[in-house]
Design a protein around this ligand. Structure first.
Ligand code: F6R
Length: 236
């Protein structure tokens, strides 16, 4: 595992964007696994700038997102589909038909998960997966559990995740209690993984994930078993 300590969030975002940009340059028809949340916002802004400057072409790129809230459709401002459209897809020349986010309003979320994994397989897997990390160690919405779940699957969100994400909603009660998330198989089969984390509140869990035992109660610890992981962390 490669660990990069950035001095600031801006530096973290530049390094992360450069790593993703090099993936797109090396393989213009790559499959990017993408994340939402506050951590990748700077990375996406930098990618949009590179595109505007004429340095990047996303026209052959396919994207697959990690997760979506259950019950929110893509027009809901807090849905992850809406987030991706607003913060990245509308700012670059990706073909929107080749951007995938799990469907949070599917009538059968278990089936939706299995279809999502099949889709990822049919695309040839993920070339580079971008991840954030929750304060409880979650990646995607794979919350602490007694087992690592392989498939894309519905999950009940932990209280700490609901509290952390309440900042985006009018009230904590508005945060959906369930979500659908890519499982560990598709994440771990990604050829490269890039995890971005910033803020003092992520330091302890990152330390446990990188140096502690591999334990489904710290979901990100599974990344220790992957051969090409880069973690970029900034305290501020
Ligand atoms: C979002 C996702 C989550 C976030 C994590 C950190 O698609 O998969 O695992 O990466 O909750 O969120 P932030 O970056 O907001 O601290």
């Amino acid at each position: 595992m490669k660990f990069i300590k950035a001095d600031t969030y801006e530096e973290l975002s530049k390094i992360a964007a450069n790593i993703i940009a090099s993936q797109v340059i090396m393989k213009p028809d790559c499959v990017l696994g993408l994340a939402t949340g506050s951590s990748p916002l700077g990375t996406y802004a930098n990618l949009a700038k590179m595109y505007e400057a004429g340095d990047l072409d996303f026209s052959n790129v396919t994207t697959v997102n990690l997760d979506e809230y259950a019950g929110l459709d893509g027009t809901h401002e807090q849905s992850y589909r809406y987030f991706m459209n607003r913060n990245l897809f509308s700012k670059i020349n990706v073909d929107i038909e080749k951007t995938y986010v799990p469907n949070g309003i599917a009538s059968d979320l278990v089936k939706e998960g299995l279809n999502y994994d099949e889709l990822i397989q049919s695309l040839g897997g993920i070339d580079l997966q971008l991840l954030g990390i929750g304060v409880d160690g979650h990646i995607g919405f794979n919350e602490p559990d007694s087992v690592f779940v392989a498939e894309t699957h519905p999950v009940k969100l932990d209280e700490s995740t609901i509290e952390a994400n309440a900042r985006f909603f009018a009230t904590k009660e508005d945060v959906p209690s369930q979500a659908i998330t890519m499982g560990m198989r598709s994440i771990m089969q990604a050829r490269k993984i890039l995890l971005v984390a910033n803020g003092k509140n992520k330091k302890a869990i990152l330390e446990r994930a990188i140096n502690g035992p591999i334990d489904p109660m710290v979901p990100a610890s599974i990344l220790q078993l992957h051969s090409d992981v880069t973690v970029i962390f900034s305290e501020i």
